[in-house]
Design a binder for this molecule. Structure first.
Ligand code: SF4
Ligand code: SF4
Length: 500
């Protein structure tokens, strides 16, 4: 039923997955401190729902953001709320933010327990509400609120659910391990999502270099009888796990520029997110932990662990045996799409699928290479899986013409880094693209603020004119009433006047 289409561009990269893929997922210890940045994926401030000195319980809602993409944050363990701190967070911008800190008490006392329910008795709206209440966002890295993705009003024309099991970035193995160890749970999570979407068709895309995961899922399908779920093996080419790339590869449908998968009748979820949906609906658990791959030559014991959201990276590193000699870069995410961390004091977020502790053997080559001028070789365009012209975007970006970058499809760039890797001039193209995107976001925000201020000014003017008109109307009415009163008053008696 599902024909496989060919991926445009992309690279055949060395996987480095054997460092961690053979180890079963184990639980990470509860850290002394949990750190939660108080900003959501859109950069909006989150409202804190607890105060300094409060004792919070595991699973208690501690903060939330409003708006269409609003989401909830839950305490990953019990403990005391400390004073908010202004500190570095795990974000490509390298900026600081207010963070909510919980000093854990080691008791891990649970808060409100949500009763597991029979998902077959739930309506689509019930499932969406429970997914929202559990704080579930996309665990593949984008952190888009899952409830929004499956809300009935947003998915009217959807006919296919695609599960992204194509973990294409080098080093990362958390989804591979999840599929190997929890295939039945993932299938139940898929059933819940199919019910929410009111569709029957689902395909799981798994990379060809994950034979154990492919077998585990196929066996679970055989045993469960969920025959409407199909496994499709996709080539181990980077970035086959990009949402748009996987959708195209499995359905031949091209998500439009600036559009969403739903525009081509597809909802796409990462296997980690599906597992979180299973835990929320079938087990009644909110999202307080996720699987993280800790890997790289710079860590003594690479492995996959269930890690509580908010765990400081230094705690995780020490649980994995500590640093293995001098490290070159600490990366959150994979080698290609991840970003460097300022230090190991930041906390694990819902988007953290990997901590890559990289040595000079793994990352210095390109960063130390001398950057040369662009020679217009076109290698970057050939490697680009989105059909962009990276050299053109770079040209306008380095010249500060960020609007022009937009007209060359800047916002379609998925920051996969393929162009960086092939560029013979060693130009850090993605860095330029990220900078241009930030500048344009900032400009958009400033424009919105300016429009709002102008609107408020105009509203104030209109209000003043209106108040003036109303005031004059009141005075006129008062005068009229006075005249009426005077007319209606009996005139002084004529005799009296005569007497005088
Ligand atoms: S980083 Fe952007 S421009 Fe470069 S190859 Fe990837 S999608 Fe294309
Ligand atoms: S690969 Fe590098 S040198 Fe070649 S066109 Fe692209 S930016 Fe220029």
């Amino acid at each position: 039923m599902f024909k496989r289409w060919n991926l445009k561009g992309g690279l055949d990269l060395e996987g480095h997955k054997d460092l961690s893929r053979q180890y079963s997922i184990i639980n990470a210890a509860i850290p002394d401190q949990l750190i939660y940045p108080l900003v959501d994926r859109s950069g909006n401030a989150m409202t804190v729902l607890v105060k300094t000195g409060d004792r919070v319980l595991k699973g208690q809602v501690i903060a939330g953001s409003k708006g269409v993409q609003g989401t909830l944050l839950h305490a990953a363990s019990s403990g005391l709320v400390k004073e908010n701190e202004w500190r570095m967070i795990a974000h490509p911008s390298g900026l600081k933010s207010w963070c909510l800190i919980i000093a854990t008490d080691g008791l891990d006392e649970p808060g409100p327990v949500y009763e597991p329910v029979d998902y077959t008795q739930l309506s689509a709206a019930d499932i969406c509400e429970k997914v929202h209440q559990a704080g579930i966002v996309g665990l593949g890295g984008a952190s888009f609120p899952t409830a929004v993705k499956i809300t009935p009003n947003n998915v009217r024309a959807v006919d296919t659910l695609i599960i992204n099991g194509a973990e294409c970035e080098p080093y990362i193995t958390c989804d591979d391990r999840l599929m190997q160890q929890y295939p039945s749970e993932i299938l139940l999570g898929i059933q819940v999502l199919l019910r929410a979407l009111a569709i029957e068709s689902c395909v799981i895309g798994i990379e060809e270099d994950m034979p154990e995961a492919i077998e585990a899922i196929q066996q679970a399908i055989e045993c469960s009888g969920f025959k409407q779920i199909q496994v499709k093996v996709v080539p181990a080419v980077y970035p086959v796990g990009g949402e748009r790339q996987l959708i195209y590869l499995l359905t031949g449908r091209e998500t439009p520029s600036q559009g969403l998968p739903v525009d081509v009748g597809v909802v796409c979820q990462n296997v980690g997110t599906v597992m979180a949906v299973y835990q929320a609906i079938v087990k009644g658990q909110v999202l307080i932990e996720r699987v993280v791959t800790v890997t790289g030559l710079g860590i003594k014991k690479p492995q996959n662990r269930w890690v509580r959201i908010g765990t400081p990276i230094k705690d995780l590193v020490s649980q994995c045996g500590g640093y293995n000699g001098p490290i070159e870069r600490l990366i959150m995410g994979g080698l290609m799409m991840g970003f460097s961390l300022p230090d190991d004091g930041v906390g694990i977020t819902k988007a953290t699928n990997c901590i890559l502790v990289a040595t000079s053997k793994e990352v210095t080559k390109s960063s130390e290479a001398e950057i040369q001028p662009c020679i217009r070789c076109g290698e970057c365009a050939s490697a680009c899986p989105v059909n962009l012209l990276p050299q053109q975007i770079y040209w306008h970006s380095q010249g500060g013409a960020h609007q022009k970058c937009q007209s060359f499809g800047l916002f379609d760039c998925i920051e996969c880094g393929c162009c960086d890797v092939v560029c013979p001039s060693h130009i850090p193209l993605v860095q330029y693209f990220r900078a241009s995107k930030s500048k344009l976001f900032l400009k958009r925000r400033e424009d919105e603020a300016a429009t709002l201020a102008k609107q408020r000014f105009e509203n104030r003017d209109t209000r003043k004119v209106q108040e003036k008109v109303e005031r004059e109307q009141r005075i006129r009415l008062k005068k009229l009433a006075l005249v009426k009163l005077q007319k209606g008053r009996p005139s002084a008696p004529a005799k009296m006047q005569d007497k005088s």
